[in-house]
Design a protein. Structure first.
Length: 233
């Protein structure tokens, strides 16, 4: 049943794309949040931090299809930051609506939409959880990153230090969702050197605005795009 559902999603996601096979644009994997406001300066700041921290390296993965060792790594990334006054619980439900509306526009039949929503619930969109806003030792990591010369990270830590009295006992709500283009492909269709996207979305409420260094009670959406390349042994 799951294999049939994945195939159905594949047909509607990729057959509706004007791109070449295996090159569906990121917004077809995860629609952009039209219910939130794009923050260009914040986006640039978070991308600079992600690149300095070599976040692309964390996306390296591998699998074995019974006869081939398939590896894939990130060769480029982008980050788009959005903010909204909607609560994080509302944002989670709005993402379900975005996905379903996107599939409806491609002509996906109603019975497949029901299965697709179940797929989103159990395979794509995590549940909302709580965690401390400040869950690390500022002195320890500031010393480590200072010695490593990671200036973007040191600046980020400096903001958290400034806000420490305000945030050290604060709990934030968070959830993530991820769509991997490779999820929709049979292993024998994957070729060496082919490119595809992974879109990862992290949602938090409240959040620290590292541009203006302030605690904001709204919800932040961190929409990260990774361009991947396949190598096969």
């Amino acid at each position: 049943m799951k294999t049939l559902l994945i195939l159905t999603i594949f047909l509607f996601v990729f057959s509706s794309s004007d791109q070449c096979f295996g090159q569906a644009p990121p917004e077809q994997l995860v629609p952009l949040p039209d219910f939130a406001e794009y923050q260009p300066e914040f986006s640039r700041a978070v991308l600079a931090l992600a690149l300095e921290m070599e976040d692309m390296d964390a996306m390296e993965r591998s699998t074995y299809d019974g006869r081939r060792h398939i590896q894939y790594e990130a060769i480029d990334m982008d980050v788009k930051i959005y903010t909204t006054s909607h609560s994080i619980e509302e944002v989670r439900e709005l993402y379900f609506d975005l996905f379903i509306n996107s599939m409806q526009q491609t002509g996906m039949p109603s019975e497949a939409l029901e299965d697709f929503e179940e797929f989103l619930e159990y395979e794509v969109i995590e549940t909302v959880e709580e965690e401390p806003m400040l869950d690390f030792d500022l002195d320890m990591i500031e010393g480590y990153y200072s010695e490593a010369g990671l200036t973007e990270m040191v600046g980020w830590i400096g903001c958290y230090r400034e806000l420490q009295p305000e945030i050290e006992n604060i709990m934030k709500k968070t959830f993530m969702l991820e769509m991997d283009e490779l999820m929709f492909r049979q292993p024998d269709t994957i070729e060496d050197g082919s490119n595809f996207y992974i879109v990862e979305v992290e949602v938090e409420q409240p959040y620290v605005d590292i541009v203006d260094c302030r605690l904001v009670d709204d919800t932040i959406i961190i929409y990260s795009i990774y361009q991947m390349v396949v190598s096969i042994e």
